[in-house]
Ligand binder design. Structure first.
Ligand code: G4P
Ligand code: NA
Ligand code: NA
Length: 190
């Protein structure tokens, strides 16, 4: 997605060889017109996949997921990282290990929001080691649904999440694939 790549070039800050900061349009401040285009692009890619629901994880996955849900006409669920006052019903819960943060956390969603046979599109802002996407996929499988695809805003192709997910047979569509962040320069994969 050219508009997204240009935004990354213009506003992305390379923090290290591993980490790209994009808080001016994705992780802190959000650019609504860009997000609308992101939603349209995901919808084009998955229009024929019979998607019935979108699943993401709070917080930065919510904006692209909602825009895609608007385009596809399906509800959007975000997994919660903390048990909330109101989230007390029967839950699906999965552990997520973050190699970046070197810590394990849990994500949960209420069982009533996923049904047997749901065809779920997973959406996330970043794909690094793929642990968040795999946790979402496990939740879908717990609910006896099917993962119909995975939509990622920015894939760090130099980390192993993309290959891990594709090897497991998932269709992964990334709107921008970063091949390297070496020497403070963002280079994109084909
Ligand atoms: P993984 O799920 O692919 O294995 O990723 P990882 O554990 O590395 O990701 C942990 C958090 O860091 C996630 O956000 C993820 O989106 C984010 N992240 C990973 N690599 C980058 C990067 O290069 N740049 C930025 N900006 N973020 C990155 P989170 O903690 O769930 O936070 P949020 O969704 O509330 O923003
Ligand atoms: Na994030
Ligand atoms: Na995320």
């Amino acid at each position: 997605m050219e508009l997204l790549k240009q935004k990354i070039i213009d506003e992305g800050i390379v923090l290290s060889d591993q980490v790209l900061k994009v808080d001016s349009f994705l992780n802190h401040r959000i650019d609504p017109p860009l997000m609308a285009e992101i939603g349209k692009t995901f919808a084009q890619q998955f229009r024929e996949s019979g998607i019935t629901k979108i699943l993401t994880i709070e917080s930065s996955g919510i904006a692209p997921a909602v825009m895609a849900g608007l385009e596809l006409g399906v509800p959007v669920i975000f997994a919660r990282k903390r048990k909330s006052l109101t989230l007390q019903e029967d839950l699906y819960t999965e552990k997520v290990y973050s190699f970046t943060k070197k810590e394990e956390s849990e994500v949960s969603i209420a069982r009533k929001f996923l049904a047997v046979g749901d065809r779920v599109l997973l959406i996330d802002d970043f794909l690094a080691n793929g642990e968040a996407a795999l946790a979402m996929a496990r939740i879908v499988h717990q609910a006896q649904g099917e993962v119909a695809g995975i939509g990622i805003v920015i894939e760090k192709a130099f980390q192993d999440g993309g290959s891990k997910l594709r090897e497991q047979g998932y269709r992964v569509e990334s709107l921008a694939r970063v091949a390297s962040l070496r020497d403070g320069i963002v280079s994109f994969a084909e």
